[in-house]
Ligand binder design. Structure first.
Ligand SMILES: Cc1ncc(COP(=O)(O)O)c(C=O)c1O
Length: 373
């Protein structure tokens, strides 16, 4: 097993070695807990009651005995929330993608995937027996060129995109994707893990872009980011959901979510629906961060009116150095490197969260200022 040491050494030399950091004791500025729901008292209270009612785990997969009224209620609520006829839960976003995409496209089909899609989508495409082609990031002319070339040579086509791109924070142009899908008879899979709870009034990319769900759209989202819980879901037509229940291997062959996590996510959706200004407050928090970063002068960052605000560093070693200096000051801003992002595009993925106080923001900005001196 000496090869492991050699491979690890190669990673270290390229500044691509990864280690985990215990977050306790640090002020975290890079989580996906955009609305602060991870510690929302009302959600935690509902979860405590659910713990007494349901116990800890679900005990089995959904198709055996692991499907409770907590699962069913959450699915029904999510379908209404997202404006679709039906919904099914998955154990995580990773499991939703690797379970759904291969169930929709197989041998004789084509998957067209945006080059900056999340790794779980890349793995899902690899698991499918369909032909796979990558289109340039948000370049829908390129996508159309591929369709012109390939459409008549394949049976079904599945176009796959993140709603909000997880490492850049920009948003897919779903209106254009709708037009393309209608012109070329394609299915559209949208992974709105980061759009759920953060754009529109919280319903995600369709609401943000004034679009209604259509039958050819498969809408995936996670419970683990703005909703503060864990798990994921896929929304779509009744027959799509029935198909997934029958064909999605990560749903069929994996234990279902603990019911208490479903209860937590349900409470999160209720709060989002009752408070139409939550997302506006998140935008205000983003603005505070963006203005602060601009006033520091020396930083290059991206901002697309989503809570993902990557500070672009480029060199992997430099990104690690800045992250380590910040950590010594008590600030946790993780360096994101290849293969999560392309080589030479390392970044500190700053995120906005309603859990930050004024003091937290000042602490982050003054720490950055001292390091950049
Ligand atoms: C766009 C996207 N899809 C899917 C996932 C996977 O979700 P989960 O963490 O629930 O497995 C993530 C994040 O982790 C993500 O950013």
């Amino acid at each position: 097993m000496d090869w492991i040491e050699r491979e690890l050494e190669a990673l270290r030399e390229e500044n691509l070695f990864r280690r985990r950091t215990v977050a306790e004791g640090l002020k975290v500025f890079c989580s996906n807990d955009y609305l602060g729901f991870r510690r929302n008292p009302r959600i935690l209270e509902a979860v405590k009651k659910a713990l007494n009612l349901y116990g800890l785990g679900s005990g089995a997969s959904q198709l055996v005995s692991g499907y409770t009224d907590a699962h069913r209620d959450l699915e029904e609520r999510l379908a209404r929330f997202k404006g679709t006829p039906s919904c099914v839960l998955f154990g995580s976003g990773y499991l939703a993608n690797v379970g759904t995409i291969p169930a929709l496209a197989g041998e004789g089909d084509l998957i067209l995937s945006d080059e900056l899609n999340h790794a779980s989508i890349i793995d899902a495409c690899r698991l499918s027996k369909a032909k796979r082609l990558i289109f340039k990031h948000r370049d829908y002319n390129h996508l159309e060129d591929l369709l012109k070339r390939e459409r008549n040579t394949v049976r079904r086509v599945l176009i796959v995109t993140d709603g909000v791109f997880s490492m850049d924070g920009d948003i897919a142009d779903v209106k254009t994707l709708y037009e393309i899908c209608e012109r070329y008879d394609c299915m559209l899979y949208i992974d709105d893990a980061h759009g759920t709870g953060t754009i529109g009034k919280g319903r995600g990319v369709l609401e943000k872009q004034g679009l209604k769900w259509k039958e050819f759209v498969i809408l995936m989202g996670t419970l683990s980011k703005a909703l503060g819980s864990y798990g994921a879901f896929v929304c779509g037509s009744e027959r799509l959901i029935e198909w997934l229940v029958n064909r999605s291997r990560s749903l069929i062959f994996s234990t279902s979510l603990p019911p208490l996590l479903c209860v937590g996510a349900l409470e999160a959706i209720k709060i989002l629906e009752e408070d139409p200004f939550l997302v506006d407050r998140l935008r205000d928090m983003e603005k505070k961060l963006v203005e602060g970063l601009s006033s520091l002068g020396k930083l290059s960052f991206k901002y697309f009116r989503t809570p993902i605000i990557p500070i672009m560093v480029g060199d992997e070693g430099k990104a690690l150095e800045i992250a380590a200096s910040l950590r010594r000051k008590g600030v946790f801003l993780q360096a994101i490197r290849y293969p999560t992002v392309p080589k030479g595009e390392a970044r500190l993925r700053l995120t906005a969260s309603l859990s930050y106080t004024e003091e937290d923001v000042d602490f982050l900005l003054s720490s950055l200022e001292e390091i950049l001196k």
